[in-house]
Structure formats: C-alpha cells, structure tokens
Design a protein around this ligand. Structure first.
Ligand code: NAD
Ligand code: LMR
Length: 340
C-alpha cells in the first residue's frame, strides 16, 4: 500500500521533469464517455501520463465535475470538461487521440451483442463528430460490442471520406491483461514477467489467447489447464459482470488496460520504436476484414499488422470456430452503418 502511494506521489514530479527536459510533443487526448465507470478512472490515469499535455473530458453530463476533480492532480496535463452535444466539437478539436468508452455496459445474462441496439447509435454519432472535428486523430474504441463498433466507425469514416485504417483501433488490451494474470496465477510467476498474445475479437469464443506463445512458458501446465485458462480468459468479462450483479461490467481493470493501450499509441506517435500491442484493426491476417492480433505502432498509428505465428492444435481449432461469429458481428456493424 505504501509503495503504491509513494509511486503515485512521485509520479507528478517524474512527469514534470521528463516532460520539460525531453521536449515531448504536445498531445491532446480526448475521452468520450469520461463521466462513466471506465471514463472516470481512465481520466485519472491519462492525467498521470506524462505524454499527455491536454486532456479533454466529454460526456452527455457530469464532465465539468470530473474535470475539476482530476485537474487538481499535480501533473502537467491541462484538463477541460465538456458536457452535451453542443460542446462535442470543442472537446474534439485538435485531438491526437480519442478514446471512446461511451455507451451502456452489460448486466448479468446479457451478451455484448445485446448492447448493439443502444451502443451502435452512440458510436455512430460520436464517429461522425470525430470525422468532422479531428479527422487525423487515432481512435481507441472501447464501447461494446467492439466486434461491431469498430466496423461501424470505419463505415462512418469511409462515408466522410477520411477513413485511415491505420488510425482505428478496437481496444482488446483487457483480454491480454486477463490472460497474463490468469496464466501467472496458475504458473505461479509474476504477471509482469508474462506476455500472451490474444487474437480474434472481443466477445466469448472470438477471444483467442495464444498460450502456446507465452513469453515465460511453464512446463508444469497441462493441456487441460491451458484449455481452462483459455475459457477463463474468454469469460473474463462475464466473471466481472456476474460479480457486480447488475452494477455494470469491468471498469477499473478496463481503465488500466485502456491507459496501457493509449500510452502505447502515444509512444508510437512520438516515434518510440518497437511498440507492439494486440488490437482489433483492419487486417488481412485472416479472411475477415477486421481481426485482433499484435500490431506495431508508429507515427501514423498502425505501422504493421503482425501475423499469428505458429498455433497449437487447440488454438487452430479455436481460430476456425471463431471465424463465423466474428464475421457475423463485423457484417452486422457494417450493415447498420450503411443502412441507418
Ligand atoms: P457507464 O454506463 O458507467 O459509462 C458510460 C458513459 O457513457 C456514461 O457516463 C454515459 O453518460 C456516457 N455516454 C452515453 N452516451 C454518450 C454519448 N452519446 N456521448 C458521450 N458519452 C455518452 O459504462 P462503462 O462501464 O464505463 O462501460 C462503457 C462501455 O465500455 C460499455 O459499452 C462496456 O460494454 C464497454 N467495455 C468495453 C471493454 C473492452 O474491453 N473493450 C471493457 C469494459 C467495458
Ligand atoms: C469486458 O471484457 O470486461 C468488457 O467487454 C465488458 C463486458 O461486457 O464483459
């Protein structure tokens, strides 16, 4: 506990020093849905990020309060709060990175696809505003169902004539975070020592962790244990939804994961070499137009979509099984954006 507190206390000083001495570019990050369960802790984590010079917090309501609160933290980022549709343009103008955790979360018994009817419309209108007010920004899509909301955003951007496939990301980092934690727990090692690619999409069986490629391979884990870890990773979101018993889905671990992914995007923009994270992006790795895999990030967003590497038989089966579901979710998003 005291280590955590001292880390937080020293973060601002480190941030100011490294910012002022290394001439990092000014970076504006905007969070859409900033007053929500994910939005609030994510706002705090982005305020702590020394790469952020301007932090713009937007929601339909409540953001002036969140912004005032977060703005008192002793780091360099200037925080502004915007509420209501008439302030959306101002919130977005000049953004380098837009993070979208806007929309409704699951309740027990729901699938992510059950959120489509409400969240598709929210994502569509926010994407139209991004196309208008900050067409060059990178976009990190958190709103579910990610397997459909990313294709929706892509269609909106195409209609607006500014789609750049290098700049649109579905955030699947929480699947990687979970795979690392669950594997580390089973193998009795530190999660920080483990890395596991998670590919496919972000719902149920479309989440495919590649434990055969784990960086710290434990000889003691059996095939059955790997299958159980795969299932737990695929059901990680549901585990939290059920534990929260009607009070929403993952917010704190998602804010952590979202902050990791946003930091990677900013590092890429700033020219830091070899920044690699998994993300759901436009892809030719499989027959599907969008797919999550390792992606190298650079000054323009996606620099390279990396291949899957060698798969175990179990992973190969998982890949074949996920294709029809992921294909249907992608097509549903495209159809919605084209027809609505
Ligand atoms: P929440 O209800 O706590 O917060 C959502 C926020 O979005 C609210 O503050 C709401 O006012 C805001 N909002 C609604 N419509 C908006 C609009 N048009 N413009 C701006 N803001 C708007 O929900 P949450 O727990 O923060 O979850 C948000 C979304 O993130 C859900 O769809 C959830 O399923 C998804 N999620 C994704 C992942 C992932 O791994 N990608 C993980 C967890 C949650
Ligand atoms: C998650 O994986 O935690 C999110 O997609 C939220 C959910 O509905 O499970």
């Amino acid at each position: 506990m005291s280590a955590t507190l001292s880390m937080l206390r020293s973060a601002p000083r480190t941030a100011v020093r490294s910012y002022s001495s290394s001439f990092q570019p000014q970076r504006k990050v905007t969070i859409l849905g900033a007053a929500g369960g994910i939005g609030q802790p994510l706002s705090l984590l982005m305020k702590l990020n020394p790469l952020v010079s301007s932090l713009s917090l937007y929601d339909i309501a409540g953001t002036p309060g969140v912004a005032a609160d977060v703005s008192h933290v002793n780091t360099l980022a200037q925080v502004s709060g915007f509420a209501g549709e008439e302030q959306l343009g101002k919130a977005l103008e000049g953004s380098d990175l837009v993070i979208i955790p806007a929309g409704v979360p699951r309740k027990p018994g729901m699938t992510r696809d059950d959120l489509f009817n409400i969240n598709a419309g929210i994502v569509k209108s926010l994407s139209a505003a991004i196309a208008k007010f900050c067409p060059n920004a990178l976009v990190n899509m958190i709103s579910n169902p990610v397997n459909s909301t990313v294709p929706i955003a892509a269609e909106v951007f195409k209609k607006a004539g500014m789609f750049d496939e290098k700049k649109l990301f579905g955030v699947t980092t929480l699947d990687v975070v979970r795979a690392k934690t669950f594997y580390a727990g089973k193998a009795n090692v530190e999660a920080s020592e483990v890395d596991v690619p998670v590919v496919g999409g972000h719902a149920g069986i479309t989440i495919l962790p590649l434990f055969s490629q784990v960086t710290l391979k434990s000889k003691t884990l059996s095939d059955e244990e790997i299958k159980a870890l795969t299932k737990r990773t695929q059901d990680g979101g549901t585990e939290v939804v059920e534990a929260k018993a009607g009070k929403g889905s993952a917010t704190l671990s998602m804010a952590y994961a979202g902050a990791i992914f946003a930091d990677a995007c900013l590092k890429g923009l700033n020219g830091v070499p070899d920044v690699v994270e998994c993300s759901f992006v436009q892809s030719s790795v499989t027959e599907l137009p969008f797919f999550a895999s390792k992606v190298r990030l650079g000054k323009n967003g996606v620099e390279e979509v990396l291949g899957l590497g060698p798969l175990s038989d179990h992973e190969n089966q998982g890949l074949q099984s996920l294709i029809p579901e992921l294909k249907a979710s992608i097509e549903k998003g495209i159809k919605f954006a084209k027809e609505s």
